[in-house]
Write a protein of this length. Sequence first.
Length: 178
Amino acid sequence: MKKLERKQLYIGGAAIVLIAAFSLLLYRPLHGKILQVRNAKAQQIAVEKDAFSKKQNLPIIREMLIQAKKETGEFSERIPADRQLGQLLQSIAEAMNSQRLKDQVVAPGSEVSLEKLNCIPVRMQCSGTMKQIFAFFRTLEGLERIIKIEQVQLKNNADLSGVVSMNAIASVYYQGSK
């Protein structure tokens, strides 16, 4: 009977060794991989939720992009690649004439070169009623080229007849070398 007990002990020991080997060699690595897969799945779900929430904002962002392209496209179209100064000065003089302004002077100043833009200051001087002068400024806004009014000085004439003298300095831009 002792031999049977010994055989049983050997079988029990072998079973314990097999269970330990299974646990160490198969179960634990597989369990670790299962945990990795669960973590990866949780991360993937989080990424999907984030993408879904961003997808909800996509039409708004697309509309903002279209609007920005319209605005920047118009801006770059209104800044020519070359000076075209003579044509611009003629347009300013025509705007003054169309408003029947008197004592007109339109004179360019010294050019200032910036990195991607070049700037030419333009001195404008004329006289007329306030209504005529403001109509002139509205006409300047409608020109195809961007004109930035830097300084405006209005003086009432000494006889107080309603005629105002206007002195203004504006900046006009054109694209520099890229």
